[in-house]
Design a protein around this ligand. Structure first.
Ligand code: FES
Ligand code: FES
Length: 158
């Protein structure tokens, strides 16, 4: 049954009307028009749909709407845009860390969660944080370099 839900997304309140079991990914893309969060597998296996919930990386295709009420949801749009990219977005551009690019928004959100919790991660920390994010193009080496570049460029500052 459709109900009204109050959400907090990218620092702003939103009201949506939907069934509580609706995946957060659908709400973000279809209701809030935040198209940066990608639909990949739709089954919790690829990480393309990764967003932050209270600073933790979560796969939004696997997250029911009801469960995010009272929590802070952040999407890739909250980090920056083409005119003013955030530290990770800038580093990925500078290191050209993408081929088709489909996986990259989810990877950046997983990396953002890591850097919020650990501003100076080791390579092993980065690899562990990205364990749930697949890249079919095999851009892994450049992804690692881009995250290291973001760490070196800005340290703990955002
Ligand atoms: S689309 Fe969510 S994990 Fe693949
Ligand atoms: S760059 Fe194509 S899937 Fe990762």
């Amino acid at each position: 049954m459709s109900e009204q839900f109050n959400l907090h997304v990218n620092g702003k309140p939103h009201q949506v009307q939907a069934e509580g079991s609706t995946p957060l990914l659908y709400i973000l893309r279809n209701d809030l028009k935040l198209k940066g969060t990608r639909f990949g597998c739709g089954a919790g296996h690829c990480g393309a749909c990764t967003v932050l919930i209270d600073n933790k990386a979560v796969q939004s295709c696997d997250t029911p709407l009801w469960s995010v009420v009272g929590h802070q949801v952040s999407t890739i749009e909250s980090l920056g845009d083409a005119k003013a990219p955030g530290r990770l977005q800038k580093a990925f551009i500078e290191m050209q860390a993408a081929q088709c690019g489909y996986c990259i928004n989810g990877i950046i959100m997983a990396a953002e969660a890591l850097l919020r919790a650990n501003p100076d991660p080791s390579d092993a920390d980065i690899v562990a944080a990205l364990e749930r994010n697949l890249c079919r193009c095999g851009t892994h080496v450049r992804v690692l370099q881009a995250i290291q570049h973001a760490v070196r460029s800005t340290g703990a500052a955002q």
